[in-house]
Design a protein around this ligand. Structure first.
Ligand code: FAD
Ligand code: FES
Length: 354
């Protein structure tokens, strides 16, 4: 007679487990894994032992609190919903960056973090594709790794090209996993491209930076593909320029963004009155309303910090702001007086419904 095997984690148990489907939650760090010299993967479980339901490519909005300061940040999930017991993020240090360095230096197993939500339109369920080109630069590999792992876990016979750009071979995040996947799945082609080979003189990938000619040589059927691209803003600019040169079927993107540079920051700043909480704050020149709110202990929901997702929308009831958004606020809401707190800077005294 066949006996049912007993594993520490069984999928049938996961199916019966209550499921996290979004909204605020507390996650507990289960493990920390070194990826490269400047990035680590953090494995989180739900504090209520729920399994996770999310779409490959989505991100988590974290509510970190570091030295008494609220620091909301978004990190893409690099693991796949086919392994629902935990969610994993991989964080690369940003020079001078508060949260990325804090996580790499201090996050340990059993520490807990608060999250606001799991969300994101850049995902493989809402945008299925039979001929995807998963294109990434640096830490932008995380959401496309989630998509790739989903595809391999369900053995989807989709025709995948995966192209990843890094500075040197030692900067390639998930290199071992990518090489393993490339050897194992004939429908998946992996290309790694570096700017310089560094110490690894026998690197077998390509050298170069992203351009239409390099991409066409790596992916000959480029015009027939749907591109899912992700990376820091510098990489994204070059990737968009490449995509504009070639007639590609569709381009979907997620930018990890640096903050948008502002012109003449000294002309911005002022007193902020948060009318719903009755608190006053100050925006130093160049500071956003979201930063002023967090400094005053007022929580405004936020996610992307780039003026894309719209989650930090607040009503401006008095004064004027300089808003450098990336399309996260529909024109009708703009005309009703709403602004995005993450990318709005006061031009003198303002009053906000928050
Ligand atoms: C949807 C989304 C998903 C993301 N997923 C990931 C992920 O999977 N892995 C990951 O490592 N990061 C990811 N990021 C970036 C992440 O949210 C942080 O912006 C990044 O970790 C820097 O935060 P910090 O607190 O260390 O830097 P901060 O203290 O906020 O910034 C310090 C300095 O670095 C600059 N800076 C900020 N962000 C970046 C950046 N991304 N690249 C270059 N310079 C920057 C700022 O302009 C500032 O000068 C994602 C961002 C978004 C919007
Ligand atoms: S946090 Fe996404 S638009 Fe402000």
């Amino acid at each position: 007679m066949l006996m049912e095997a007993s594993f520490p984690f069984s999928l049938s148990a996961a199916n019966q487990q209550p499921c996290y489907r979004g909204g605020p939650a507390t996650l507990v760090c289960k493990a920390v894994i070194d990826e490269t010299h400047d990035s680590k993967t953090f494995v989180f479980e739900d504090s209520q032992s729920r399994s996770f339901d999310f779409k490959p490519g989505q991100y988590i909005s974290f509510k970190f609190e570091i030295e008494g300061k609220l620091c909301p940040r978004a990190y893409s999930i690099c693991s796949t919903p086919t392994r629902p017991h935990n969610v994993q993020i991989t964080v690369k240090r940003v020079p001078g960056g508060l949260v990325s360095n804090w996580l790499n230096d201090h996050m340990r197993p059993r520490m807990s973090v608060e999250i606001a939500d799991i969300a994101g339109r850049f995902n493989y369920f809402d945008i299925p594709s039979r001929k995807p080109l998963l294109l990434s630069g640096g830490s932008g590999v995380t959401p496309v790794m989630s998509m790739l792992q989903y595809i391999t876990d369900v053995v989807d016979q989709v025709d995948v090209e995966f192209v990843h750009f890094a500075r040197t071979p030692k900067d390639i995040i998930f290199r071992d996993q990518l090489e393993f996947i490339a050897r194992r799945f004939s429908n998946i082609k992996v290309h790694m491209v570096v700017g310089e080979t560094g110490e690894e003189t026998c690197f077998r990938g390509r050298m170069g930076t992203i351009s239409a000619s390099l991409m066409q040589s790596l992916v000959p059927d480029l015009p027939q593909r749907e591109i899912f691209m992700c990376g820091p803003e510098g990489f994204m600019k070059a990737a968009r320029a490449m995509a504009a040169e070639v007639p590609i079927r569709a381009v979907y993107e997620e930018s990890f963004g640096e903050r948008i540079p502002i012109e003449e920051p000294d002309k911005l700043g002022g007193e902020v009155y948060f009318s719903l909480s009755g608190k006053h704050g100050t925006c130093a020149p160049g500071e956003t309303i979201l930063e002023a709110a967090l400094n005053s202990g007022i929580w405004i929901e936020s996610s992307c910090h780039q003026g894309v997702c719209g989650s930090c929308k607040v009503k401006l009831t008095q004064g004027m702001v300089d808003m450098q958004d990336l399309g996260g606020l529909p024109a009708c809401e703009r005309s009703e007086g709403f602004v995005l707190a993450c990318c709005s800077r006061p031009m003198g005294s303002v009053s906000i419904d928050a």
